[in-house]
Design a protein around this ligand. Structure first.
Ligand SMILES: NC(=O)c1ccc[n+]([C@@H]2O[C@H](COP(=O)([O-])OP(=O)(O)OC[C@H]3O[C@@H](n4cnc5c(N)ncnc54)[C@H](O)[C@@H]3O)[C@@H](O)[C@H]2O)c1
Length: 330
């Protein structure tokens, strides 16, 4: 990252009270950016004012919904950079309430694009994409040429939103880019329920001395990435012209089985918590993607991103965070 790039820049972060958005804000504030958060505080998502406690008074906050095109357009006016992190993120809710998912993830995302297009300041837009856009892994590691065949509504609607971003770049020259985030964990993720952010949720259970329920044999391999590496990627994508009009897979490139991840959590929390193997729930199994390992070659080569936080360090940091802040998150 260039040292002075963000200094004095007006940056809008939609969904900025949530996990990814608030951590982006934490990176931007020390770099001198003027940060505005636009968040609708919707449940059961990860908004939490504790997420911005340390930067309170250094960021501005507007309570607003991306489905409210008028309010959004007002918030985007004057922005130099927009990070779009507002989302209905739950895979199971997307199946139960497909129209809600379309409203937030498609209509909301289009409202962001229209607001950016009409803002008059030609801001860079970084879209928070997801591994869910891919579906199940057909070859390993997954790169940007991998077919997209989502297993739930969320993946379909997020894929559509990313395509809108790239189309707006082609049609209107909008400076849009998408980073497809994959198995994020780390400080400031919601841990109130297990619907998403399972690594963080299991850290909570382990800290509380409760058993970790593992579906099936837990052998599926995932590519876990600590939040600080994700926010690095998002910031780099916002400053590099090579990112414009492109989309990037983001991951560590290394597969770790879910059961190994659980054992690592247990070893770092050291309480009386144990693994409990349980049969798959039907609904969960239907939208499971099994092994998922990502190539970071494109984002590394094009933008110079590299992973800095390994899994042991990442889990240590996350455990320490929730131990200290349990009253704000549990
Ligand atoms: N956390 C992950 O593992 C992960 C993985 C892949 C992609 N992503 C993507 O990153 C983005 C952020 O996810 P997160 O993990 O920070 O989720 P989160 O639930 O922690 O935060 C989402 C935030 O968006 C807000 N929000 C939801 N709908 C809104 C709307 N219509 N208008 C304004 N605000 C709204 C919520 O109030 C919440 O604060 C999402 O686009 C998600 O698809 C996350």
């Amino acid at each position: 990252m260039k040292a002075n790039y963000f200094s004095g820049k007006n940056v809008l972060v939609t969904g900025g009270l949530g996990f990814i958005g608030s951590n982006i804000c934490h990176k931007l504030v020390p770099l001198g950016a003027e940060v505005m958060i636009y968040d609708a505080c919707l449940d059961p998502y990860g908004w939490n004012f504790a997420n911005i406690k340390e930067i309170k008074g250094k960021v501005r906050f507007i309570k607003g919904d991306t489905r409210d095109a008028k309010a959004l357009a007002k918030a985007v006016k004057g922005a130099d950079i927009v990070f779009d992190c507002a989302s209905q993120i739950s895979h199971s809710i997307s199946v139960e309430k497909p129209l809600l998912d379309i409203e937030i993830n498609c209509v909301g995302a289009l409202n962001v694009l229209e607001a950016v297009r009409n803002s008059g300041t030609d801001p860079v837009l970084v879209y928070a994409g997801t591994r869910g856009q891919i579906g199940q892994m057909k070859y390993c590691p997954i790169d940007e040429s991998h077919p997209t065949d989502p297993v739930d509504m969320n993946g379909i609607n997020k894929l559509a939103a990313e395509k809108y971003c790239l189309l707006y770049h082609k049609l209107y020259g909008l400076k849009a880019t998408s980073v497809r985030i994959n198995n994020a964990y780390g400080e400031r993720c919601q841990v109130r329920h297990a619907d998403y952010g399972i690594v963080n949720y299991f850290i909570r259970l382990a800290i509380e001395g409760k058993d970790l329920p593992v579906y099936g044999d837990g052998a599926q391999k995932r590519d876990y990435l600590h939040i600080s590496d994700i926010t690095d990627a998002m910031l780099i994508a916002s400053e590099k012209k090579e990112a414009i009009g492109e989309y990037f897979m983001l991951g560590s490139g290394e597969g770790v089985s879910f059961i190994d991840m659980c054992n690592l959590i247990l070893s770092k929390t050291g309480g009386k918590s144990r693994l409990r193997m349980v049969p798959w729930e039907k609904g969960r199994k239907a939208i499971e993607i099994w092994d998922f390992i990502v190539s970071h070659e494109k984002i590394s080569k094009c933008l110079g991103w590299s992973q800095k936080t390994g899994i042991e360090e990442g889990i240590n940091r996350t455990v320490a965070f929730y131990r200290e802040r349990r009253s704000e998150y549990f």
